[in-house]
Design a binder for this molecule. Structure first.
Ligand SMILES: [Cu+2]
Length: 489
């Protein structure tokens, strides 16, 4: 009997060795609400999803497991906390999340074509959430090779009025995360003044002007880095230019709740770090607002629009950036009231980030709009000893290319001419520019030949993340597959 029990225990022990480590991160939700993704480089993400009537997608208990590492807690929860639409012809602001809601009956049904090679998940009995793995982001590029990496996209589409919002979260193999929203569908509002300076007339739609407006997206990011939720530190980074044109970095911890603005002049960004280990290399995430666009400020009616980044002490009843008291009567109304100077030391901190998009209608938008993407990246830092997927050793070809480039850079200009009459470097700056242009064209042709121009890999040629013009979901063309009715002829 003892022998049988021993054998059983031994089998259980051996079986446990083969269970991927990521599964050992305790999941706080039923299986049907779990999302697990393992990448070819050995990294993995695990999280729970929910679709709420107000925000639609809420992700919680989000863990990242670096390749060869242990599961690491990143977020307690992620959500789009408010979506303002403010029209240029008035002070009217729609609070889409709290007035209408992005969830419930507003979530669109998806087909497998909407979620190519991905998994469609039921929300209320209909396939309305897509999770998919894609390849196409480069984890690194050297002179001799480019290594592709994978990412996990989680998205859903909310149809609010004429608009279809593609609410998307993208999780990368290096631990970074992108939050984005695609605004698609059709234009919502027009005026009978065809010559209005607040909008424009569209071809074949006489006697109307379609109004310009701003979308303000507010995300709530409840970071819980590492083992404890109460030891994360938020600091503000700035680069101050001195009279000699040099830029020195300043790092200021935010010790109390704060409302901060984007400042392109000082390249202001925000860093959230796990507990200070005294080495300056704690696991951290950096938010660099590179796509701040046309930020809308209306201090008279909405003072909180002056700011783009907020840090608060976690409070369950602080859920919506505006109109919060509508659902939580015993709690404050808006984000500026949440920021009331409470100390953040030893507390669970929550970040809030706003990105604006001033939407000026184009003639092409008269039936259906293109998808306009806005978002930002939370860039992982210190989760790896080096760029994931790389051995740490340069290849012979890379070393030769680097040495060659260095030798050229070190050479006096006169001696850079080739002795064979077909020099890589010309006599004049103009010649050199032409040679560089030629090399660039050859490089592009080479990459196209290698298949880099396929849609699934276009992220490699075009900017990788947080740009306003590329869809985080490769090949997604929602706007062209839906025709909202009754808006414009
Ligand atoms: Cu718009």
């Amino acid at each position: 009997m003892i022998g049988l029990r021993f054998q059983f225990c031994l089998m259980v022990f051996i079986a446990m060795l083969f269970i991927p480590t990521v599964l050992r991160a305790q999941s706080a939700c039923p299986t049907e609400h779990q999302i697990n993704a393992s990448f070819e480089n050995g990294a993995a993400w695990q999280m729970c999803w929910d679709s709420r009537k107000r925000e639609n997608i809420v992700l919680s208990d989000v863990y990242f497991q670096p390749a060869g590492g242990e599961p690491f807690s990143v977020f307690n929860s992620l959500r789009l906390s408010q979506l303002h639409v403010s029209y240029d012809d008035s002070n009217v602001v729609y609070n889409d999340v709290t007035e209408f809601g992005l969830g419930g009956g507003y979530v669109s049904q998806l087909t497998q074509a909407d979620c190519p090679a991905g998994e469609l998940i039921d929300i209320g009995g209909l396939k309305r959430l897509c999770t998919l793995l894609s390849t196409g982001d480069d984890s690194y590029t050297t002179p001799s090779e480019t290594r592709q990496s994978q990412s996990l996209s989680v998205f859903s589409v909310s149809q609010v009025g004429s608009y279809a919002y593609l609410i998307t979260w993208k999780f990368f193999a290096d631990g970074s995360v992108e939050a984005s929203v695609g605004a698609a569908g059709a234009l919502q509002r027009s005026t009978d003044d065809a010559h209005s300076h607040h909008g424009r007339e569209l071809e074949d739609v006489p006697n109307k002007a379609w109004l310009s407006h701003t979308h303000n997206y507010y995300w709530q990011l409840d970071f819980d880095l590492g083992e404890s939720a109460n030891d994360d530190i938020v600091s503000e980074l700035q680069f101050i230019t001195d009279r000699d044109g040099r830029r020195a970095m300043t790092q200021t911890p935010l010790l109390f709740e704060a409302a901060r603005s984007i400042n392109p002049q000082t390249m202001r960004s925000w860093l959230i770090s796990d507990k200070d280990n005294g080495q300056g290399d704690s696991a951290a995430y950096l938010i660099e607002p590179q796509s701040y666009g046309h930020k809308m400020v209306n201090k008279a009616t909405e003072p909180h629009t002056e700011f783009d980044f907020f840090v608060t002490k976690q409070n369950d009843c602080e859920r919506f950036v505006s109109e919060n008291a509508k659902y939580y009567p015993d709690c404050d109304e808006n984000i500026l009231q949440f920021v009331n100077n409470e100390s953040l030391m030893g507390e669970d901190v929550v970040l809030w980030h706003r990105i604006s998009f001033h939407h000026v209608p184009r003639n092409e938008d008269r039936h259906v709009m293109h998808s306009h993407w806005d978002g930002f990246v939370m860039q992982a830092r210190n989760l790896h000893a080096q760029t994931p997927g790389h051995s740490g050793q340069e290849s012979t070809a890379s070393l030769a290319a680097i040495a060659n480039a260095q030798a050229l850079a070190d050479m006096p200009v006169e001696s850079k001419k080739s002795g064979f009459g077909c020099g890589v470097v010309g006599d004049t700056q103009k010649d050199q520019d032409m040679v560089l242009l030629l090399l660039l064209i050859l490089n592009v042709i080479y990459k196209m030949y290698k298949g880099y121009s396929t849609p699934s890999a276009r992220n490699r040629i075009f900017p990788r993340r947080a740009t306003s013009s590329f869809s985080p979901v490769a090949g997604w063309k929602y706007a062209s597959t839906r025709s909202p009715s009754g808006v414009v002829p």
